[in-house]
Design a protein around this ligand. Structure first.
Ligand code: ASP
Ligand code: MG
Length: 405
């Protein structure tokens, strides 16, 4: 008898038919004699709807009440799933995050899990129930309801798998697993049998948004092995785990394209101490996330100046413009160039640690495709380049097929 944690996201529980479909899948495991803990998200669109309603009353509602409100989305799903299972004569009981013993800090809307005391879960399992836990929520030690940040049901599942020492943790979603690239862009993309936590994190933050990054970090920290798989078919998914020697043999795990970034260049920034600090502090104060940063060598000998380029999320562009306009009086730069027509292409693989020449090969493939590189950044297991949007998809296919076909 195994203890299994299964998590179903919003699209897997989008309507009553899908909830019945989830119940059937859970029932299969239960009938095999496994103990099953199910974590569910709110039905697709529900969380966004609740947010919209609150904001129509007040632009910035109190975070405490928002957590109270948003936690109801998951609460609807746990009860419906329990009822669906009971209708099939499978004993089932649902628990809110608080009832499941999930205690968090008091940071509303992005609380961190402090500890989990799964006494009720164990009692319900021991009595033969499928136990269904509301994702994305917990309570403070003072009893206030909190939520764990958007996409937080993933975290609930991983944290419960860790606390319960589950034999298996399955994250069900609407894709078959983690792919070597986005199949909509790269038809030759293949599903990965396994991927390391670090690669998954890079690929997730790069736009392969299969899972909330925080939950992958949590899984890495506590060594929770999990499988990402589809709730719509029986295909095996992708196993996410610590990197192994055989993983290192494969140099490149995946290629991703992020079309949601924009590039800003400050031209002729005085080359003196404190300039970059000022620019990026102001951006940070406006909670604008900066990703890549490139500074040129200094030019001009009397009053040396440099060009500073960086990328941000496209939706932050208007706010970034405002910040930069505000900086004009403060920093004497010559010009600002903004470009939303870019793509960030990234190549990820733990094997890069032990192989050389990968960057050279990437650049060669891009050159062969006639693609101009605007920015480059690298980490131990990743190479990213900013390129023009018009050739971005073609470049993604070329790089993917050069390394992975
Ligand atoms: N319902 C929450 C959200 O939409 C949590 C989740 O789906 O994981 O962000
Ligand atoms: Mg989700």
């Amino acid at each position: 008898m195994a203890l299994i944690v299964q998590k179903f996201g919003g699209s897997s529980v989008a309507d009553i038919d899908r909830i019945r479909n989830v119940a059937n899948r859970v029932a299969e495991y239960r009938r095999r004699g496994d103990q099953v803990v199910v974590v569910v998200s709110a039905m697709k669109g529900v969380t966004d709807n609740l947010i919209e309603m609150a904001k129509s009353l007040m632009p910035v509602p109190s975070e405490r009440e928002m957590d109270m409100l948003l936690s109801t989305g998951e609460q609807t799903t746990i009860a419906l799933l329990a009822i669906a299972l009971q209708s099939m004569d499978i004993p089932a009981a649902s628990l809110t995050g608080a009832q499941a013993g999930i205690v968090t800090d008091g940071v509303h809307s992005k609380a961190k899990i402090r500890n989990i005391t799964p006494r009720k879960i164990h009692a319900l399992l021991d009595a033969g129930n499928v136990t269904i836990v509301a994702g994305f929520q917990g309570e403070t030690s003072e009893g206030h309801i909190t939520t764990l940040g958007r996409g937080g049901s993933d975290l609930t599942a991983i944290a419960l798998a860790s606390a319960l020492k589950a034999d298996l943790c399955q994250i069900y979603t609407d894709v078959d697993g983690v792919y070597t690239s986005d199949p909509r862009i790269v038809p030759t993309a293949k599903k990965l049998e396994e991927v390391s936590y670090d690669e998954m994190l890079e690929l997730a933050s790069l736009g392969a948004k299969v899972m909330q990054s925080r939950s992958v970090e949590f899984a890495k920290k506590f060594g929770v092995i999990f499988e990402v798989r589809s709730s719509l078919n029986d295909n095996p998914g992708t196993l996410v785990k610590e990197e192994t020697q055989s993983m290192e043999g494969v140099v490149i795990r995946g290629v991703s394209l992020d079309k949601n970034q924009a590039k800003i260049t400050l031209v002729g920034v005085p080359d003196e101490p404190g300039m970059a600090a000022r620019v990026f502090q102001q951006l940070a104060d406006s909670t604008i996330n900066v990703d890549m940063i490139v500074q040129n060598v200094s030019h001009g000998s009397d009053t040396p100046a440099t060009d500073l380029s960086f990328t941000i999320d496209k939706p932050d562009m208007a706010r970034a413009q405002t910040v930069i306009d505000g900086l004009r009086d403060n920093i004497n730069f010559v010009d600002v160039l903004a470009d939303e027509n870019i793509g960030k292409l990234s190549i990820v693989g733990v094997g890069m640690r032990s192989h050389s020449g990968i960057a050279a090969k990437v650049f060669e493939v891009l050159a062969g495709a006639g693609v101009n590189i605007q920015m480059i950044s690298t980490s131990e297991i990743k190479i990213s380049v900013v390129i023009g949007i018009e050739k971005a998809e073609e470049a993604t296919r070329a790089v993917h097929d050069a390394f992975l076909d």
